[in-house]
Design a protein around this ligand. Structure first.
Ligand code: U2P
Length: 259
């Protein structure tokens, strides 16, 4: 009899723990409900790197001739259809050891384009990947379950939907003098992926392109939002900064100083 009540108590405790973790109506820890779709946010180094004033080893803009010249990953973001998004959904602190086999690919395709660390959900400040995992990755369940699967899934989607290649093939090549019709850039991506992207600009320069996906990673339209871009946009070419540049006016600072 005693063991039956112990078992009932154990079942009850397990049910309570499960409810606390995922919420009674499918919401995640912290009361946030499950997301509706993913946005893969890509950044354009030519636009971001020309704003660089201080170089440090953690900033890929400062790699001279090895600096990125293609769209790189900003993050894979779980989003809601109403234009909002969940963030910091579980207390899963970033651990670089979990993605040690991916580091070469991440350095190349998902580098930070800034000096300094960025905010993390529970541990103060951390590297770019820690920010993206804690803020967005932890909200990607049940599709993405852990840190390793968040990063490998994002890399795989990025490789499958190569925006730089699509734009180059359509004649939209990096240039510091050309202006391109925004509609042409959007159409080139729509024609290739059968879905409408979101384009974010800094003045007239393309800064980010976002591709949207259903939870099974089939492309879908991003939300129709007021774009931050004018009708004609630029895709600035990367201008070398940093150590190879003997007359560069970009000052090198240590990563510690950048914090
Ligand atoms: O757009 C400015 C910042 O808001 C965050 N963002 C934007 C759109 C979205 O769907 N989800 C989202 O999180 C981004 O914040 P970050 O990941 O850089 O912290 C974006 O930079």
């Amino acid at each position: 009899m005693a063991s039956l009540s112990a078992r009932i108590f154990l079942c009850f405790a397990l049910m309570m723990a499960t409810c606390l973790m995922i919420g009674v109506n499918g919401s995640l820890e912290g009361g946030q409900r499950e997301f509706d779709y993913f946005a893969l946010s890509l950044q354009w180094p030519g636009t971001i790197c020309r704003r660089t004033r201080h170089c440090c080893s953690s900033n890929a803009c400062c790699r001279g001739s090895n600096s990125p010249t293609e769209f790189t990953i900003h993050g894979l973001w779980p989003d809601y259809n109403d234009g909002t998004w969940p963030s910091c959904c579980a207390r899963s602190q970033f651990d670089v050891k979990e993605i040690s086999t991916l580091l070469d690919a991440l350095e190349k395709y998902w580098p930070s384009l800034y000096c300094g660390q960025t905010s993390t959900c529970f541990s103060g400040k951390g590297i770019f990947w820690a920010h993206e995992w804690e803020k967005h990755g932890t909200c990607s369940s049940p599709v993405v379950r852990d840190e390793y699967s968040y990063f490998i899934t994002t890399l795989n989607v990025y490789f499958k939907y190569n925006v730089t290649k699509i734009l180059n093939e359509a004649g939209y090549v990096p240039s510091n003098s050309e202006r391109y019709p925004l509609g042409g850039i959007v159409s080139a991506i729509q024609n290739s992926f059968q879905a409408t992207p979101e384009v974010i600009c800094s003045k007239d320069a393309v800064e980010e392109i976002r591709l949207c996906f259903y939870k099974d990673f089939k492309p879908r339209n991003c939300l129709a939002s007021k774009t931050s871009c004018p009708k004609y946009v630029s895709l600035p070419a990367y201008l070398s900064l940093g150590r190879e540049e003997s007359e560069s006016d970009v000052a090198w600072i240590s990563d510690g100083e950048a914090l």
